[in-house]
Design a protein around this ligand. Structure first.
Ligand SMILES: [Zn+2]
Ligand SMILES: [Zn+2]
Length: 382
């Protein structure tokens, strides 16, 4: 087993300070854990929320990054499911299999995984990361993959077919399972009418999932013309430019476009205004699915009389399913050419450019930035 090693990692010291790359100390994997050499990592809005401190106090200092892929470098004791050399994508909810939600078939709501994930610790409640001055660092969403190496629970490293380039596989463990899983959770059926509010790295996967599920009409809504263009290429049948419509008119436009509203509206931004929009564009009996992560404390107001029209609103966290199984199934779609992953990638960047990528997310620009950490392993063609 390797000793503790120094690796380059993007660290948030505290919200309001730029995320900067520093050398940190990574302890070797413990029992049931694996060491992974990171190939590439996607920059997700949840990373931005952590960087901006809006998910609650105490979540720093922390190594960011939770959507990524790499190759297993070493395994701790009692690891059977993955082996050295395996290509893996990270799963940020390594479900315990034993708690109430896990037993009830809701592994993404696993209690110890949720508790430790929020605390920035691995499943045993401790960290493998320290700054060079000895300060303990948290693991971003139990992954911390804006770094050259990570130590994660073995269940947080899902083996993948090696034919998928790792810079693309990096997207599987958050954006892809979250987006496509939300479509499954909503129960979209052949012929349904769907709207997607927010066409970033996750919203574009909701669109792909809706297309795979056979939705007849898919309305994509965003302010960024580039993202709307990508949405059309991914299966959207109509687009609504939210800037041109104005905040209030977006829902009216969708209702008009669909002749009375949609069966399913997916909110993939996480603001009260866009959650309300998703509700307002439903037909009677339709359902809204909130996928976007809202800042802690945000509240949404709904016109209560409309419950009589049997509209529903609920949420989906991380695809609401057995994530490893979902990732394997989706990877097969990629291998078979039925789902492309690279169509959502707007920027390939270096680890040192992470703060610039977060700034683009703050401005709502670009679909997904992918940090290429090990170019050869990532399989990036230059
Ligand atoms: Zn994410
Ligand atoms: Zn559990």
């Amino acid at each position: 087993m390797p000793a503790a090693t120094e690796v380059r990692a993007a660290v948030l010291r505290e919200p309001g300070r730029p995320v900067a790359v520093e050398r940190v100390v990574l302890a070797p994997p413990g029992r049931g854990e694996v060491l992974v050499r990171v190939a590439a990592a996607g920059v997700c809005r949840s990373d931005l929320h952590l960087a901006d401190g809006v998910l609650g106090a105490g979540r720093w200092p922390i190594v960011l990054g939770h959507e990524g892929a790499g190759a297993v470098e070493a395994v701790g004791e009692d690891v059977g499911a993955v082996a050295v050399g395996d290509h893996v994508a990270f799963c940020l909810v390594p479900a315990c299999g034993l708690c109430g939600p896990c037993r009830a078939g809701r592994p993404t709501l696993c209690e110890p995984a949720g508790r430790n994930g929020v605390a920035g610790m691995l499943m045993d409640g401790t960290s493998r990361l320290r700054a060079r001055d000895g300060t303990e660092l948290q693991h971003g969403f139990m992954v911390a993959c804006f770094a050259e190496y990570v130590v994660v629970p073995a269940a947080g490293a899902v083996p993948l077919p090696p034919s998928i380039p790792l810079w693309q596989a990096a997207l599987l463990g958050c954006g892809v399972v979250t987006g496509i899983g939300a479509v499954n959770r909503a129960g979209v059926r052949v012929g349904d009418t769907v709207a997607v509010v927010g066409c970033g790295g996750v919203g574009l996967q909701v669109i792909a999932g809706a297309r795979l599920a056979g939705a007849a009409t898919i309305v994509a809504i965003d302010r960024d013309p580039d993202k709307l263009e990508r949405a059309l290429r991914r299966g959207a049948t109509h687009v609504v430019d939210a800037d041109r419509s104005g905040a209030v008119a977006v829902a009216d436009d969708v209702v008009a476009l669909t002749g009375g509203g949609v069966d399913h509206a997916f909110e993939v931004i996480g603001t009260p205004a866009t959650i309300r929009q998703a509700w307002d564009m439903l037909r009677p009996g339709g359902s809204a699915m909130v996928v976007g992560v809202a800042p802690a404390g945000a509240e949404v107001a709904l016109p209560a009389i409309e419950f009589l029209s049997e509209k529903t609103i609920t949420g989906s966290y991380y695809g609401s399913s057995d994530v490893a199984r979902a990732m394997r199934g989706i990877a097969q779609l990629v291998v078979d050419g039925r789902l492309d992953l690279d169509g959502v990638v707007s920027d390939l960047i270096a680890l040192d450019e992470v703060e610039a990528a977060l700034e683009r997310l703050r401005r709502g620009e670009g679909a997904r930035s992918v940090i290429v950490i090990d170019e050869a392993l990532a399989g990036v063609a230059r």
